[in-house]
Design a protein around this ligand. Structure first.
Ligand code: AMP
Ligand code: GLY
Length: 424
């Protein structure tokens, strides 16, 4: 059987790596892939990103199943395109992907269905937005309505920052159409966790829990990034909290979408804020897996992912029981010099250790140029360690990371600190 994975990040490398472990696989194509997927003999990179070209390839090569990694092709309707031609593809339709591609859609949806999230209002007039901010006070959160590659959320600690964010999005159009409307919402405090499930339209299959680290520097300092590291499981998500998130957030979301006439299929990722009393609220929805959360989650998955995906596209996820490695998996991202604003490309990468049962390195922004592995994007690698405790997983990851070199590499030394505080 041939499978196609769309995307080029660490998330897609991890998904393709896991799919390729299935005995039923003839080939896993990754489009466009990266330097790591290029080096793996069980994977083949395809230099395609255009949806029509991907569709033609899938038809010509009789691709049995396509898995979509990033949000952009989903929001552009690649699932609609493939399904119209009778192809099996796992992901949400363009309509369902609005849960991620429009913050206003997501907020209106959550308010209508009573799903816990921050209070909010949406504005397209900067005058009204400024007046609302003055009336509410700070801290306050300003979000561009559309997809903005991680640059669309400003957590404003004072009024000046809040007004500047509105000016940047609504008056100066710095984010283009994505910032033509803004959602202004209540600031929530607490601890974040990533809650990711698979949905086949009706049945919901939760994946292992995880937590990522959004800030660039140790002690959660510095600018927000796509994620500098993640681990699974997330000890903050106790069995009680897990049940509550399913009951109050995930099930009402899947049922609410169906009631609104938009059947949700694909990965559904609720970004949670859990307050000091253990009450969860939804910060955002993503309609895809997280990056870098996918890397430790896939490192722990024991069940054959191909079989799971088949159930997902056939509407029979209720027949699946996932088996997880009991160990903790902890992934540390190595990013390029200049990340997140102006990542430098071209630095030569050396020293990546061979995969072992305790450690695997997933590639993201890497390219194989004349046989040499070089930096080709902001987040370069995610080094995942596995161990019986968070501490041991952390040690495995950093032992491997310390062997890897490229000029200007940026990484955090404290990935997993919240879990260590709880469990050690
Ligand atoms: P989002 O893309 O909506 O998840 O926002 C990106 C990040 O901004 C989140 O991971 C949080 O760290 C932060 N954030 C978003 N919304 C809020 C909020 N209402 N209160 C506090 N922090 C927030
Ligand atoms: N790690 C956060 C995300 O994938 O959106």
């Amino acid at each position: 059987m041939k499978i196609l994975v769309i995307g080029s990040g660490g998330r897609e490398h991890a998904l393709a790596w896991k799919l390729a472990q299935s005995e039923r696989i003839q080939m896993v194509y990754v489009a466009p892939g990266n330097g790591g997927t290029a080096q793996d003999g069980r994977l083949e990179n395809l230099p395609l990103t255009d949806p029509a070209a991907l569709l033609q390839f899938a038809l010509d090569e009789h691709i049995a199943l396509t898995v979509v990694g990033p949000e952009i092709p989903l929001a552009a309707g690649i699932v609609n395109l493939f399904r119209d031609k009778g192809l099996k593809i796992f992901g949400p339709t363009k309509e369902a992907a609005q849960l991620e591609s429009s913050k206003d859609f997501a907020k209106t949806f959550m308010h209508r269905h009573g799903i816990p999230s921050a209070q909010s209002q949406t504005f397209s007039s900067s005058i009204d937005a400024h007046a609302f901010i003055d009336a509410q006070g700070a801290p306050i959160v300003i979000k561009a309505d559309g997809l903005a590659a991680g640059k669309g959320v400003v957590v404003a600690l004072n009024l000046a920052e809040a007004h500047a964010a509105v000016d940047m999005m609504l008056s100066d159009n710095k984010l283009g159409d994505a910032g033509a409307r803004v959602v202004i919402e209540e600031f929530l405090s607490g601890e974040e966790a990533s809650f990711i499930v698979m949905v086949d339209g009706k049945n919901i299959l939760p994946l292992a829990t995880s937590q990522d680290h959004k800030r660039l520097l140790d002690n959660d300092a510095g600018p927000n990034t796509g994620g500098m590291g993640a681990y699974s499981p997330a000890p903050i998500v106790t069995p009680e909290l897990h049940a509550r998130v399913m009951r109050e957030i995930i099930v009402p979301t899947v049922q609410g979408m169906a009631r609104d006439g938009i059947v949700f299929t694909g990965f559904l990722y609720a970004g949670l804020m859990i307050d000091d009393h253990g009450n969860p609220k939804t910060l955002e929805f993503n309609c895809r897996m997280g990056d870098p959360e996918t890397q430790p989650i896939m490192a722990r998955l024991k069940t054959d992912l191909v079989g799971v995906m088949e159930h997902a596209v056939n509407g029979t996820l209720d027949a699946v029981e996932l088996e997880w490695d009991r160990r903790t998996a902890l992934g540390v991202v190595m990013a390029a010099a200049g990340y997140p604003d102006t990542p430098r490309k071209g630095d030569v990468i050396s020293g990546i250790p061979a995969e072992t049962p305790e450690c695997v390195t997933f590639h993201a922004g890497t390219a194989l140029v004349d046989g040499q592995l070089t930096v080709a994007g902001g987040r370069v690698l995610c080094v995942v360690g596995l161990g019986d405790s968070v501490k041991m997983a952390q040690r495995q990851a950093y032992q491997a990371l310390d062997q890897i070199h490229f000029d200007g590499a940026q990484f955090r030394r404290d990935i997993g600190w919240r879990a260590l505080k709880r469990h050690g």
